[in-house]
Design a protein around this ligand. Structure first.
Ligand code: GTR
Length: 413
């Protein structure tokens, strides 16, 4: 797939309809783009895959408040605009997370192996009892830490699918993995009735209110509860706990990282729609498609945007921006057309002004980097060869980025 050169032009902020200020992300599309449909693998879901047919759109400016006020400093970002954007994602997309850490929550180590991976790692399972009861909701956190480490180690928290564990540990990082499915089933019919959210619902409530959390919110909440434990483990560096998720768990990682600033860095692997790509493009998976197939992932209000995505008060560059000034990495794959790799690049690029407010360089490039050329500074990006998934190439890029950004091994940015 060939991508057009991007020319993102950000206009001087202006007020539209008196309240919504916008900035222009104008994409100049080359005239001779190949038709994409012919290249799709057999059985690929129908959708828009032709870059030349992407509609013109205007992105909301992350640095202009809903009342038109321009954000010029970190204080206004932190005190006003960041909470405003977070609230928009809460109410219009993922739903409000109804509770923090339950006061009854406890944990205990259920098993431990000091000689795992040919003596190179220590593994343990920590059972988190969300309501402090063995017969209540719980999850097992499976932790692997490199042994013979002189100091507390940095850790990747990985909800769901994981790969290349030995390679990650060999680079000096720990991994904490949990099963999101054990917290809430990934099923539109049973998620609410059988998942964690029911424990915090009002009596008699059988479905969430339109602005209450969906399943991604529930999984992200579980990631924060894992974080509660990780912060307390003396073998783990509490300032270097990252979160990495693939696909639906990439969406989860992004939403967890936005809400919980204890995560030192956020890694989204092919998180696509609802994770880290511009949904106004309508490329690959649309808002309508995701709401139709996975209605439980998001809140009720998000469904009202199925046919009016241009009215969304947010797009996913704003979710990327909520990570600032923390490092964020967005991984895509060339043949993951459904996940729109180019839209993810645009989300990364359009988040840059917020990082610049903090004196950070975001992506540091204006055009899509070539395949398998990891790029970026505080916002990392790559598009690897192949299709949807997580592999050793992705991990090598993540670890190099984490080394650089967290000051491990190499220089800190
Ligand atoms: C797909 C879904 C995507 C992505 C993917 C995954 O079916 O449409 O949004 O999340 O699943 O999780 O692998």
């Amino acid at each position: 797939m060939k991508f057009p050169q991007t020319h993102l032009r950000m206009s001087t902020p202006k007020i539209q309809n008196k309240i919504v200020a916008t900035f222009m992300a104008t994409i100049l599309v080359a005239t001779s783009l190949p038709a994409q449909q012919g290249q799709l693998p057999a059985g690929y879901p129908p959708g828009l895959y032709d870059e030349s047919k992407v509609p013109q759109y205007t992105l909301p400016d992350p640095l202009v408040m809903l009342n038109g006020e321009k954000v010029r400093d970190v204080r206004t970002w932190r005190g006003k605009r960041r909470p405003e954007i977070l609230k928009l994602f809460e109410t219009q997309v993922y739903g409000r997370t109804l509770i923090g850490k339950p006061k009854e929550m406890s944990w205990r180590v259920t098993s431990e192996d000091q000689h795992a991976m040919h003596d190179s790692a220590v593994t343990k399972i920590v059972r988190i009892l969300f309501l402090g009861r063995e017969d209540g909701p719980k999850m097992d956190l499976s932790i692997t830490l490199p042994s013979r480490s002189p100091a507390p180690v940095p850790v990747f928290l990985v909800p769901g699918w994981m790969s290349d564990l030995p390679a990650v540990v060999q680079r000096g990082y720990g991994v904490a993995n949990f099963s999101p499915w054990s917290v809430e089933p990934d099923n539109k019919d049973s998620a609410y009735a059988h998942g964690i959210r029911r424990y915090f619902a009002a009596e008699g409530q059988v479905e969430p209110k339109p602005d209450e959390w969906g399943t991604i919110g529930a999984w992200a909440w579980a990631a924060s509860r894992a974080m509660d434990y990780l912060m307390a483990d003396p073998d783990i560096d509490p300032h270097k706990i990252c979160i990495m998720g693939l696909s639906r768990f990439g969406k989860t990682a992004m939403w967890a990282g936005a809400q919980d600033e204890r995560f030192a860095a956020v890694f989204s692997c092919e998180s696509g729609t609802g994770g880290a790509t511009i949904v106004r493009r309508g490329f690959g998976e649309t808002v309508r498609a995701i709401n139709g197939q996975f209605p439980h992932w998001f809140d009720g209000n998000f469904k009202t945007y199925n046919d009016r995505v241009q009215d969304l008060p947010v797009d996913w560059h704003m979710l990327v921006a909520l990570m600032a000034p923390r490092p964020v990495y967005i991984a895509t794959a060339e043949r993951d057309y459904w996940g729109d790799p180019y839209g993810a690049f645009l989300a990364a690029k359009s988040a840059e002004p917020v990082f610049e407010l903090f004196g950070k360089r975001g992506l540091g490039l204006d055009t899509m980097p070539p395949v398998e050329t990891p790029a970026g500074i505080t916002i990392g990006y790559h598009m690897r060869k192949g299709g949807h998934g997580l592999n050793s190439y992705d991990w090598a890029c993540f670890l190099d980025f984490a080394d650089r950004q967290l000051g491990i091994g190499k220089r800190r940015e």
